[in-house]
Design a protein around this ligand. Structure first.
Ligand SMILES: Cc1cc2nc3c(=O)[nH]c(=O)nc-3n(C[C@H](O)[C@H](O)[C@H](O)COP(=O)(O)OP(=O)(O)OC[C@H]3O[C@@H](n4cnc5c(N)ncnc54)[C@H](O)[C@@H]3O)c2cc1C
Length: 445
């Protein structure tokens, strides 16, 4: 069957690979000159370094994304921990690590939490109480978790504002790209259950050791093309035409059009809606998509003239820095001549509106306070990358669609689909393979 896939982000690439594997003739239509969507890399003119549009990490429990890399033969181009180990620095440079021990599931984080110096004993007892509540969550309680914020749930479990800010927001920022006050309780608890209650190794962190394009974008395009598929860049879709209750064709930006037997939308919800006729937008599940809001992420890339970090990555507490990744070490490069750090700032708020220099001037002094070796080091280069539509806000009340739609030959993929996972590479890959399987089943029915 001839299949048109709109959007060549991870969801489109995963759908394309799965469909091509199942013998369909696919064309990926991408509005930009390059593929990858929210995940790509480019060459920094000054240094020649491969820079990501935004630092990404994944975890042991993100099995679909790991399997995708295995299928592409690139899982080895990642740095993967056996078990969780994250150095955490406070605003004054005091370090205390979080790690996962060999104790049985449920107790595996206890030794680290007991020794963790950035929280008081009272805060640790609150956290233990919240984890116990999650463990014994009753079925009847689950229903309302969709409707309330994680913050509300935490307050019900008697978590203080300090504990929410210094521990729970610390977990939701990198995983949900928002604070507890914005996330639905069900989405946040899903992450906690996947990460902390199923397998002691689940939260072991993995980070690309190479640029995202070399890791999964280019290999996926090559694999799709190797199976007879096509990647068309600068092929933005302007309109999805509907006739007799099915998609009849796509109108492209440059006045061209394309016709296929079936279609996969692998677009963000706010990108898909304007392409559809008004009467289709009013139908479920399309009408649910109005409620999705994009959320930004900002990255500050810093080149220092000497080593400043003795870790692969670290987290920061009571500081706007959040997370730092030592790209030089992750890439296995020589560190004595300097290090490149990438600071990943989720839910950046007003920082997002500042220019590059203003971002540097606000964040660098905080990094230097929290990371003493950076105080003496000279910053030889910096750049800021901003992604205004990095993720969707996992707000209470969102209804996430499945792959099938009332238009029988249109299927939905994208990290916003009902995979259970937040807006992540895991969700994008899962949604792409699910949409491909649904399309294939429909084609063979
Ligand atoms: C800075 C940043 C950091 C992140 N950190 C992490 C992380 O650490 N871990 C993690 O798992 N996830 C992370 N994410 C989220 C993750 O990258 C996304 O959830 C995922 O990649 C989304 O994939 P997608 O295919 O659903 O959507 P997208 O990547 O948005 O793909 C949609 C594609 O459609 C194209 N398109 C749009 N309109 C049209 C049109 N009209 N016609 C044709 N094409 C069109 C777009 O150009 C794009 O290529 C991060 C995202 C960003 C931006």
């Amino acid at each position: 069957m001839k299949v048109g896939i709109i959007g060549a982000g991870l969801a489109g690439l995963a759908a394309g690979l799965e469909l091509a594997d199942r013998g369909h003739e696919v064309e990926l239509l991408e509005r930009r000159p390059w593929a990858g969507g929210a995940t790509y890399s480019f060459r920094d003119d000054d240094t020649g370094d491969e820079v990501d549009n935004g630092q990404h990490l994944f975890m042991e429990c993100t099995t679909a994304y790991r399997a995708f890399l295995e299928r592409l033969g690139t899982l080895d181009l990642t740095f993967r921990q056996e078990r969780l180990h994250v150095p955490v620095f406070d605003e004054g440079g005091r370090r205390s690590d979080l790690w996962s021990s060999n104790l049985p599931l449920g107790l595996h984080l206890a030794p680290a939490l007991l020794r963790y110096r950035h929280l008081s004993l009272g805060q640790k007892l609150q956290i233990a109480r919240a984890f116990l509540s999650l463990r014994f969550l009753q079925v009847h309680e689950r229903g309302r978790l969709e409707a309330i914020t994680f913050h509300q749930w935490l307050r019900e479990k008697r978590q203080s504002p300090d504990t929410i800010r210094e521990f729970w927001d610390f977990l939701t920022l990198p995983t949900l790209n928002c604070r507890a006050s914005e996330a639905s309780a069900s989405q946040a608890l899903f992450v906690l259950e996947e990460g902390f209650q199923k397998d002691a190794r689940a939260v072991a962190v993995a980070v690309p050791a190479t640029g995202l394009s070399a890791l999964h974008v280019d290999p996926a395009i090559r694999a799709i093309e190797g199976r007879g598929g096509t990647f068309s860049s600068r092929a933005g879709v302007d309109r999805i035409d509907i006739k007799d209750g099915r998609v009849s064709g796509l109108a492209l930006r440059e006045g061209e059009s394309r016709t296929f037997d079936a279609y996969v939308s692998a677009l963000a919800p706010w990108r898909l809606l304007p392409l559809l006729p008004e009467e289709v937008r009013r139908m479920e599940p399309f009408s649910w998509l109005e409620a999705f809001e994009p959320a930004p992420i900002l990255n500050l890339h810093l080149w220092f003239d000497r080593p400043v970090a003795d870790f692969h990555f670290a987290a920061f507490i009571r500081s706007e820095v959040q997370w730092a990744f030592n790209r030089t070490r992750l890439g296995g490069e020589e560190e004595s001549r300097g290090q490149r750090l990438v600071l990943s700032l989720s839910a950046p708020g007003d920082l997002f509106d500042l220019n590059q220099e203003q971002v540097r001037d606000r964040i660098l002094p905080q990094l230097r306070r929290a990371l003493p070796p950076a105080r003496e080091a000279e910053l030889v280069r910096y750049r800021v990358t901003k992604e205004p539509e990095a993720t969707f806000v996992p707000a209470p009340g969102l209804v996430r669609p499945g792959a099938r739609t009332p238009l029988p030959n249109l299927f939905l993929a994208g990290s916003y689909a009902n995979t259970g996972w937040p807006a992540t590479m895991e969700s994008a890959v899962r949604s792409g393979t699910t949409a491909a399987a649904a399309l294939d089943a429909w084609a063979n029915a």
